[in-house]
Design a protein around this ligand. Structure first.
Ligand code: SD4
Length: 348
């Protein structure tokens, strides 16, 4: 049989893609109207408010999470995401990011350099290619072809700190590198999941990853099923903390499957953290895992391995103050709703 040409391949994959999205489209249109809800890791309240402004205007959850995570990606003071993120061991800022909609469509970029909004490149991978994931130079090349501009992401402060780090370290990544800074600035990966007023779930996750990681290291954040997973009929989940642990057990997918089996978002996050502690070959005291979930009714929950995992949830006016597990440590009024800052319950 002759080899199919690239054009045939693209044509066929486009046709398969069209078929593949049909059931999801039908599902989406048969959903009841619901109230919008958005949840994000850490105190990413600026990101959540940007997402909320899309949701409260009746917009699409996918647009909301993309707009939301743009905020930390462009913030030089956020040291774990995008511009100003900690570089790798060799002084290069490399970004991991993914996005997923309610129809199992997803896109991802890993170890991409010089691009301010990797989440939008991930969305282009999802929408413009038959692939899910592009990495490194290939991802950067694709971004440039798509019209993204080159941006230098290493700020003066990041470079200065990295130089100090190289003097004090022997170029081996410390296993508990994040924990050394914890609960300060090394844990700001922005994972965000949302449901819109048409009941459509989406999520995005974006990070510069583990500070001073080995060059080429990819964490969980761009891995569909580890740092993010969405099933439009069941729910969505996202993760932050030590990515190696989340990859080991497909954390976000594990949460959604537990919700499919009937657990609440809160119970599902807790069970996955308990399972993680059970299976990890790493000393659990040296790692962090912070998990968030949201179901198709707009119920949400969060749970962590260690103390100190904060998350934010945006709820519409008319919702009662949420009866969260953990502690509400802040409330911020936003257009048509409130952002609650929650300190998640934890296992250790
Ligand atoms: C990673 N999970 O690259 C990310 C790091 C993180 O808050 O979540 N930091 O492993």
């Amino acid at each position: 049989m002759p080899n199919p040409s690239r054009r045939d391949f693209l044509k066929r994959t486009a046709a398969v893609g069209a078929l593949a999205i049909l059931p999801g489209s039908v599902r989406a249109t048969t959903k009841c109207r619901t109230r919008p809800v958005a949840v994000a890791t850490w105190d990413n309240r600026g990101a959540l408010e940007a997402a909320w402004n899309v949701l409260v205007s009746g917009g699409y959850a996918l647009d909301a999470v993309e707009a939301g995570v743009h905020i930390p990606e462009a913030d030089p003071n956020d040291r774990s995401v995008g511009l100003g993120g900690h570089p790798d061991r060799d002084g290069r800022v490399t970004l991991d990011s993914c996005i997923m909609d309610e129809r199992h469509r997803c896109g991802s970029v890993a170890a991409i350099e010089d691009i301010l909004h990797p989440v939008s490149v991930a969305r282009k991978v999802m929408e413009e290619t038959p692939h899910v994931m592009l990495v490194g130079d290939g991802a950067r090349q694709f971004a440039l072809e798509q019209g993204f501009e080159i941006t230098s992401l290493l700020t003066e402060q990041s470079e200065r700190e990295w130089r100090e780090w190289t003097e004090a370290n022997d170029y081996r990544p410390a296993i508990n590198n994040e924990r050394n800074d914890w609960p300060d600035n090394n844990h700001d990966t922005c994972g965000m999941i949302a449901i819109d007023s048409e009941g459509r779930l989406s999520g995005a996750c974006t990070t510069s990853g583990w500070a001073y990681k080995l060059r080429g290291r990819v964490g969980d954040s761009p891995i569909i099923g580890a740092g993010l997973f969405v099933d439009g009929e069941i729910g969505a989940a996202t993760a932050t903390g030590h990515g190696e642990e989340m990859i080991r057990m497909s954390a976000a997918h594990s949460i959604v499957e537990r919700m499919r089996a009937g657990l609440s978002p809160q119970e599902a996050c807790q069970q996955v953290v308990e399972h993680l502690r059970h299976i990890t070959p790493t000393d659990p005291a040296t790692i962090q895992a912070g998990l968030l979930a949201l179901d198709e009714k707009g119920d949400f929950g969060g749970f962590a391995l260690q103390r100190g995992f904060i998350y934010v949830v945006a709820l519409p006016d008319g919702d009662a103050e949420p009866n969260v597990k953990g502690e509400i440590t802040g409330r911020v009024g936003i257009r048509g709703g409130t952002i609650y800052v929650v300190e998640a319950p934890h296992l250790l």
